[in-house]
Design a protein around this ligand. Structure first.
Ligand code: SAH
Length: 298
C-alpha cells in the first residue's frame, strides 16, 4: 500500500496482522460438503467444513490447532496441541471459503477442531466481529457454540447476553461412562454440567442442544435412553443424536440404524425432542469428530 505514508505502514505492520489463508487442499464430498485445509501462515494448518442445508450454507470452524480435551472417540485428539486461534483467524475461515466459492454463508458452528470454551476470549471476539453490522453482520441466532463442558465458562457465556445456540457434547447420562469417553467429566461431572445448563437457559431463555453420539454396546441401549430422559426431564432442550463416526484406532463402533431409531423414538415418547443428525461429508473425513490437522511442511 504505497499510497500510505511509510510511518503509517510501519504502524500498521507493528499493530495488525493480515490473515489471508492459503488453501492447501480442498475436498468435495458426494453430498456437496466441502472440506478445506488452510495454511495459517506459521507452519500450522487447520480444517473448516462447508455444508449445504435447506436453510442455507453453514460453515464449521476450528477454534484451536489441536485440542486438549482428549475425548476418546474424536480424531482431533490425536493431534498435538499447537495453539489457540486468534479471533481474526476464526473469522478468516468464513471469509476464505466465501471468497473461494463466491457465496454468502448464513450460519456458523464452532464444531471444528478445538474446544471453543478453552479459547474463550478469542471466540467471544470472533462472535462480536461476526455479529457486527460493519463486520460479517451475521445474527447471533445463526451461530452455535459446542462445548465438551467447561462449566465455569458456560456460566460466563450465560452472562454475556448474546443469543447464540449452545450445544453440549453430553454423550452419556452416566458419570462412569461419560468419564470413560470424555476425560473432562472427571473435572466437571454431569450434575455440575446440568446446573450450568439450567443457569444458561434461565439467563438466555434459549433452548440448549445436547449432542449424543451413539456407540454400539456402549451408550445406545434403552436403559441409556431412559436415564437420559430422566436427566433432561423438564429442561428447555433438544437432543441431537449422532451416529458415532468410527475413527482410526478408535474403540467405539457405530450403533445400528435400528438402535438409533429406537433410541430416538424412546426419547420422543418420553417428552424429550430428539432428532438424528444427517451425516455429511463422511467420505472425505469431514463428518463430526473426523477433522484432524494434517502436518504441513514448508
Ligand atoms: N470441542 C467441542 C467442539 C468440537 S467437536 C465439543 O466437544 O463440543 C463437535 C462435536 O462432534 C461434539 O459434539 C463432539 O463430541 C462430536 N464428535 C467428536 N468426535 C465424534 C465422532 N467420532 N463421532 C460423532 N461425533 C463426534
Amino acid at each position: 500500500m504505497t499510497n500510505l505514508s511509510e510511518s503509517l505502514r510501519k504502524k500498521l505492520k507493528e499493530n495488525f496482522d493480515l490473515h489471508v489463508f492459503k488453501i492447501i487442499q480442498k475436498q468435495v464430498s458426494k453430498d456437496g460438503t466441502k472440506k478445506y485445509l488452510f495454511d495459517v501462515l506459521d507452519n500450522n494448518a487447520i480444517e473448516s467444513v462447508l455444508m449445504e442445508y435447506k436453510y442455507g450454507k453453514t460453515i464449521c470452524v476450528s477454534t484451536q490447532i489441536g485440542c486438549k480435551m482428549g475425548c476418546k472417540f474424536c480424531a482431533s485428539t490425536g493431534v498435538k496441541f499447537a495453539r489457540s486461534l486468534e479471533a481474526g483467524e476464526i473469522v478468516e475461515q468464513l471469509l476464505a471459503v466465501e471468497r473461494d466459492e463466491n457465496i454468502k454463508i448464513s450460519n456458523l458452528v464452532f464444531m471444528g477442531i478445538g474446544e471453543p470454551l478453552d479459547n474463550y476470549e478469542n471466540v467471544m471476539k470472533a462472535i462480536k466481529l461476526l455479529n457486527h453490522p460493519k463486520g460479517i453482520n451475521m445474527g447471533a441466532r445463526h451461530i452455535s457454540i459446542s462445548t465438551s463442558g467447561i462449566v465455569p465458562n458456560i456460566y460466563k457465556l450465560a452472562d454475556e447476553n448474546i443469543q447464540c445456540t449452545l450445544s453440549i457434547s453430553l454423550h452419556s447420562s452416566s458419570n462412569e461412562k461419560r468419564s470413560e469417553m470424555m476425560p473432562i467429566n472427571n473435572l466437571y461431572n454431569i450434575q455440575e454440567l446440568m446446573e450450568a445448563c439450567k443457569y444458561y437457559i434461565e439467563k438466555t431463555h434459549r433452548r440448549i442442544s445436547f449432542e449424543y453420539a451413539l456407540a454400539k454396546d456402549n451408550n445406545d441401549n434403552l436403559q441409556d435412553a431412559k436415564s437420559l430422559a430422566e436427566l433432561l426431564k423438564g429442561m428447555l432442550c433438544h437432543v441431537n443424536l449422532i451416529p458415532i463416526n468410527e475413527i482410526k484406532d478408535g474403540k467405539f463402533n457405530k450403533s445400528t440404524n435400528e438402535n438409533i431409531m429406537k433410541f430416538r423414538d424412546y426419547l420422543n415418547a418420553h417428552g424429550i425432542v430428539a432428532t438424528i443428525r444427517r451425516e455429511l461429508g463422511s467420505d472425505i473425513d469431514a463428518a463430526c469428530g473426523q477433522l484432524r490437522k494434517k502436518e504441513v511442511s514448508k
